[in-house]
Design a protein around this ligand. Sequence first.
Ligand code: ADP
Ligand code: ZN
Length: 206
Amino acid sequence: MVEEFAFDNTEERRKSRQNGTGWIEVIVGSMFSGKSEELIRRLNRARIARQKVQVFKPSIDARYSVEEIASHSGHKHDSKPVSSTAEMLASIMHDTQVVGIDEGQFFDMELIEAVNRLASEGKRVIVAGLDQDYTGRPFEPMPQLLSVAEFITKTHAICVKCGSTANYSQRTVESEARVEVGASDKYEARCRKCFVPHSDSPTIHE
Ligand code: ADP
Ligand code: ZN
């Protein structure tokens, strides 16, 4: 069993803040692993600390609400839907201290340079997203973001088949499109043993 997820970079963050520099935090994992929950938790704490926070999500992800990011467990945070990295950059204000981005895997590759630039300008940037698509392939631009981030958190779900630590998002409907927006109606969390990489496998519909 993988150790229960623990995250404490308080010391590093304190040092970074003293030097006046920004940094990048990336939260990755399968669907239902708690990425949005963790992102919302960090954003709420930044707001309690009276920091200026701006949150974005790709407009492709319209689940639950267009003006909010939401977790499967019902936590919410205001967010602005954007159709590209360029649109996001255009609406980030000079005095914003914390930039939150959910569903990072639906952004274009320009996101990598953009978050690097924002961090270099002194902002704390937190990106959450799927690290793998429904076939288990790395989901760009998340792998590249993991490379440039100062801090990385991997979250895990519970396999719905056997209760083990789940690292995969199993698609449960017929579709070969890489992007098929949905939640428990179209996906379930599975461990390495229970994951079936191909959508045409009969075990998906058992
Ligand atoms: P993500 O952003 O990674 O998709 P969320 O933060 O939206 O995840 O949702 C996490 C929540 O999903 C959990 O706290 C739990 O309430 C719920 N959940 C539903 N199915 C599962 C599962 N198989 N494993 C773990 N959590 C699950
Ligand atoms: Zn399993």
